[in-house]
Design a binder for this molecule. Sequence first.
Ligand code: ADP
Length: 162
Amino acid sequence: MKTAVYPGSFDPITNGHFDIICRAAKLADKLIVAPLINYSKKHFFSLNERCEYIKILTKNMPNIIVEPFDGLLVDFARRKKIGIIIRGLRTVTDFEYEFQMALANRNLAPGIETIFISASLKYLYVSSGMTKEIAKLGGNISEMVPSEIKDFVFDKLNKNKK
Ligand code: ADP
């Protein structure tokens, strides 16, 4: 059984992330979508919210589970017997960071492979950061965030402009 993990901040999950989830779910028998519990990086959405949004979107996808993690990704992967790390690639800037991280993870855990999935053209510009900026200014985020969670995301961002 091939188990893959798709780690990320998902602060909040966007159409770009969800597109990667749908495509990765076809490559693995089981896909663990793993929001990062990062005590040093401040997330706008709580861990509970970030997990809930992903659960809403994947509720009819039987081979997907949502499980947050902290610490080293490779330690989490070893504990869960995960052999594949999925990451999405949008731009050259993503590539530099992602490639370096993949090499570091490979050095720490040679048996675990990172697989990059290229962003779909229509979501190339989509990021959690851009979604937050636009929603805080009252703009339309319906092209960026799945419709099932758009209102929750917009309301929280628009009410808590920080
Ligand atoms: P991180 O903080 O780990 O970069 P993100 O939640 O920003 O977490 O992203 C998780 C992964 O999803 C990363 O590999 C990122 O490059 C990828 N990703 C983010 N947005 C998109 C998008 N629009 N299309 C494809 N991949 C994306």
